[in-house]
Unconditional design. Sequence first.
Length: 176
Amino acid sequence: MSEDVSVEQVPDAAVAEATDAERTRLERLEQEGDIAADYLEELLDIADLDGDLDMDVEGDRAAVSIVGAELSQLVGAKGEVLDALQELTRLAVYRETGERSRLMLDISGYRAQKRAELVALAEATVARVKETGEAASLDPMSPFERKVVHDAVAAAGLSSESEGVEPRRYVVVLPG
C-alpha cells in the first residue's frame, strides 16, 4: 500500500532546497565581490587614488562600485578604461575561484548613468517603431549597452535583435 503524501509537504521541501541553492549562489557571488573589492582596493592604493567600494548582488551577478572625488581617468572615453578594469577584475576573481565571473564594475556611477540613457533611448525608439510600424536600427554599441537596450525593448512589449560584427554590432528594434 502506498504512503499518503500531503501536497503541502512537497512545496516545503522544494522551498528548503531552493533556499539552500539560493544561499549557496549568494555566498558565491558575495565571495566574488569580496575578491574583486580586495583586488580593486590594491589597484587604487598603487595608483594613489581615493575611492570607496560598494558591493552588492544584482540578479545573477556580483556588482562592485567605486565612488570617489575624481575617478574619471578610471572610466576613460566611452568607458574603455572601465571595461578593461572590469575584465582585469574578472580575471582576478577567476584566478582565485577557478570559475568564470560575470561581475559588473561601475565607477563614479558611469554605468548607472549610461543604463538610464540607454533605457530612455530604447523607450523613444519603441515609441517610434510602434508609431511607424517600421523597424529601427540604432548606432553600434558594446555588449553591455546592447543588453540594456534589449531588456528595455522587451519590457516595452517589442522584440529586438543584434546585427553586424563587433565592434560595429548594433540593435534593431522590430515592430510588434
